[in-house]
Design a protein around this ligand. Structure first.
Ligand SMILES: Cc1ncc(COP(=O)(O)O)c(C=O)c1O
Length: 387
C-alpha cells in the first residue's frame, strides 16, 4: 500500500471544477498582478481570520519580511522568536540586519516556551514573532502580555496555521500582523507561491501595500524602499476557490489525527517506555494539523523502514535555527536549546492530509508497530518486491 505524506492530486480531483473555472476567469481577464481577484481573496481571508484587512503577498516568507520592514526593523534591533521553526521565520529577521534572539520550545506543543521569552527581552528588542507550528497556536496570552508590557510589536508566523484558534480567536488576529503562506503543502495552498498578511490596523495595512510595490506611492514616487512582494491573481483565484472547503479539510485532518491517536493507543504504543510513540499535545482550541508530528524511537531508522513500506514521512526540522551554519555568527552553541535539539532528532511527521483513508492510517500504525516490535518490516517488503 502507498501512503504518501501528502496527496495534492486527491484534493484537486475534489475541487477541479471550481479551481479550473477560477483560473479560466483570470485568463480571460488577462489581469494578473493584484486587481479585483486579489482584492476578493484579501477580503475573504481577512474575514476568515477575524481581521479587518488582508494584504496579498508573494509568499509567507515575503509576508514576514514586509511586516518587519513596515516596522523599520533593521541593524541594532533584536527580534525574539522560536529556535525551532522553518527557516523563513528567522531568515526574514536576519535579512534585514536585525538580530534574531532565539527561545527554546515547549516539548509538548513545539511552540515557543512562554516562560523563556521575558529573560530574552532587552532595550534593543523591537518585536516578538511567535510561530504557530504544525497548525497549533502558540501561547498568545503570554506573548501579548509581554509585548504590551515591553512595548513590542507582535508578528504572528501563522504560515502553518490558517483557521487555528486559541481561546476562541483565530490565528493572525492576536498580533499587530498575522502572516499566512499559501505554499501548496499548506492547508490552504495555491498553485505556486503565495502569502498574505492580515491585520486590524488600517495604517499598517497601507504601509504593507506600499512596501509590496517597491515602496511606490503614487506610482513611480518612492518615499521608502520596498520590494516586489505582490500576490498574483492566478494564485489568489486558486486560494479563493479553495477557501470554502477549508473547514471541511480541517475537520478531516482533525479526524485523521484523532484516529492515529486511537490506533496508537489501541496498539499499546503510547505506554511509557523507550519504544513509546509520543502523540502531539493539543492544548489550543483548534489545532488544524498542517502536520501530525510524533516522537518516535530510532527516528531515522523508522523513517527508512516506513519509506520501504510505501509510507511517506518527513522531518520538520532536522536542524534547529541556532545550529544552522549561516547563523554561526549569532554565537549559539549545541546544547543552548535542548528541547529544540531533541525535537530535531526524535520527531517525524506522518500523512494527515484530508483524504487519508481508515485503511491507510491502519497500515501506517501497523508499520510503526512492526518496527517498534523489531519485526522484519523491511524484509517483508523485500519479499513482496521479489515476487
Ligand atoms: C513556519 C513557517 N514560516 C514561514 C514559511 C514561509 O512561507 P513560504 O513558503 O510561503 O514563503 C513557512 C512555509 O513554508 C512556514 O512553515
Amino acid at each position: 500500500m502507498d501512503v504518501p505524506l501528502l496527496d495534492l492530486k486527491a484534493q484537486y480531483r475534489s475541487v477541479k471544477a471550481e479551481v479550473d473555472a477560477a483560473i479560466a476567469e483570470v485568463m480571460e481577464s488577462q489581469h494578473f498582478i493584484l486587481g479585483p481577484v486579489v482584492e476578493r481573496c484579501e477580503r475573504a481571508v481577512a474575514r476568515y481570520s477575524s481581521c479587518a484587512f488582508g494584504v496579498g503577498m508573494s509568499s509567507g516568507s515575503d509576508a514576514l519580511l514586509a511586516c518587519l520592514m513596515a516596522e523599520n526593523i533593521g541593524p541594532g534591533d533584536e527580534v525574539v522568536t522560536s529556535a525551532y521553526t522553518f527557516f523563513a521565520t528567522v531568515g526574514a529577521i536576519a535579512r534585514l540586519g536585525a538580530r534574531p534572539v532565539l527561545v527554546d520550545i515547549d516539548p509538548g506543543t513545539y511552540n515557543i516556551d512562554p516562560a523563556a521569552i521575558e529573560e530574552k527581552i532587552t532595550s534593543r528588542t523591537r518585536a516578538i514573532v511567535p510561530v504557530h507550528l504544525f497548525g497549533q497556536m502558540a501561547d498568545m496570552d503570554a506573548v501579548t502580555t509581554l509585548a504590551r508590557k515591553h512595548g513590542l510589536v507582535v508578528i504572528e508566523d501563522a504560515a502553518q496555521a490558517i483557521g487555528a484558534e486559541y481561546h476562541g480567536r483565530r490565528a493572525g488576529s492576536f498580533g499587530d500582523y498575522g502572516c499566512f503562506s499559501f505554499f501548496p503543502s499548506k492547508n490552504l495552498g495555491a498553485a505556486g507561491d503565495g502569502g498574505m498578511v492580515v491585520t486590524n490596523d488600517g495604517e499598517r495595512a497601507e504601509r504593507l501595500r506600499i512596501l509590496r510595490a517597491h515602496g511606490s506611492r503614487p506610482k513611480y514616487y518612492h518615499r521608502v524602499v520596498g520590494g516586489n512582494f505582490r500576490l498574483d491573481a492566478l494564485q489568489a483565484a486558486v486560494v479563493s476557490a479553495k477557501l470554502p472547503h477549508l473547514d471541511a479539510w480541517t475537520a478531516a485532518r482533525q479526524r485523521n489525527a484523532n484516529r492515529y491517536n486511537r490506533l496508537f493507543a489501541d496498539a499499546g504504543l503510547t505506554a511509557n517506555g523507550a519504544a513509546a510513540i509520543g502523540l502531539p499535545a493539543v492544548v489550543a482550541d483548534r489545532h488544524i494539523f498542517n502536520q501530525y508530528v510524533v516522537r518516535v524511537p530510532r527516528r531515522d531508522d523508522l523513517k527508512s523502514a516506513l519509506q520501504a513500506r510505501g509510507v511517506g514521512t518527513e522531518v520538520y526540522y532536522p536542524v534547529p535555527m541556532h545550529l544552522q551554519p549561516c547563523f554561526e555568527a549569532l554565537g549559539y552553541r549545541r546544547g543552548a536549546f535542548p528541547e529544540s535539539e531533541r525535537a530535531a532528532t526524535d520527531t517525524l511527521a506522518l500523512p494527515v492530509y484530508p483524504e487519508v483513508t481508515d485503511a491507510q492510517a491502519q497500515y501506517v500504525v501497523e508499520s510503526i508497530a512492526e518496527f517498534v516490535a523489531g519485526a522484519p518490516a523491511v524484509a517483508a517488503n523485500t519479499v513482496a518486491a521479489a515476487r
